[in-house]
Design a protein around this ligand. Structure first.
Ligand code: ZN
Length: 232
């Protein structure tokens, strides 16, 4: 397999405030100045009990998301990356989303960011396990033929290590509409990725407990990438 040489500027789409680093930490270390767009980084102005309040200890949603944005800012600064946070809601706040097709809303907002930033390469999640990851991936899939940029997919981690079948299914879905070229992952000094991941203090232990062995492999790398060619 070839080494991935992405055309700059590089823009990476992250469903939540941690996914880009968990899934692509080694890539981000090798490509400082990547723009990382977290799609579902907004909060409704309500008090809410759920995943975000449980992990951050903040029941007022804007406070919970502020904690998570601060963690992301810290991690992005340590990587030399630039964060962009879209004000869309993750599934924890699904009750507060408008009663419209939310994938369409994501698609519209991602298109606006692409118009404004004009990247050379765009990295999108393969879209595994979590409904938000699938939604962001689908929003990107519909943009691939519209924006003549170099598109890549990355394997969502640790999800991709937990379900090989889901990885194969999503690759098959993409291959019906495009050719995919697989690339080697990136190696880096042991412990470096783990250190950046641990900056997401409210998410690190929770995700580790949920995924155990897969999480340990994620901290060491385990990254996978595909280039999308001839999208329909
Ligand atoms: Zn996520």
């Amino acid at each position: 397999m070839a080494k991935l040489e992405a055309l700059k500027p590089v823009l990476m789409l992250s469903p939540h405030l941690d996914d880009a680093v968990f899934s692509c930490g080694h890539f981000l270390m090798a490509h400082p100045s990547t723009i990382v767009v977290t799609v579902l980084a907004g909060a409704p102005e309500v008090t809410h009990e759920g995943y975000n309040s449980k992990t951050t200890g903040k029941t007022y949603a804007p406070d919970a998301i502020k904690v998570r944005r601060d963690e992301d800012l810290h991690a992005m600064n340590s990587l030399g990356a630039t964060p962009i946070w879209l004000d869309l809601l993750d599934s924890d706040y699904a009750a507060y989303r408008p009663a419209t097709n939310y994938v369409e809303v994501m698609r519209h907002e991602i298109a606006r960011v692409l118009d404004e930033t004009r990247p050379g390469s765009v990295f999108a999640p393969l879209g595994l396990i979590h409904s938000d990851h699938l939604a962001v991936s689908e929003a990107c899939r519909t943009l691939m033929s519209e924006y003549a940029l170099t598109w890549y997919l990355y394997m969502d981690l640790p999800y991709g290590l937990a379900s090989r079948i889901t990885v194969s299914k999503r690759l098959r879905a993409f291959r019906q509409r495009a050719d995919l070229v697989a690339f080697d992952g990136y190696d880096a000094e042991p412990g470096l990725k783990q250190r950046v991941m641990s900056l997401y203090e409210t998410q690190y232990e929770q995700t580790r407990q949920n995924y155990r062995k897969r999480f340990d492999a994620t901290t060491r790398g385990a990254e996978r990438y595909w280039r999308v060619e001839n999208p329909l």
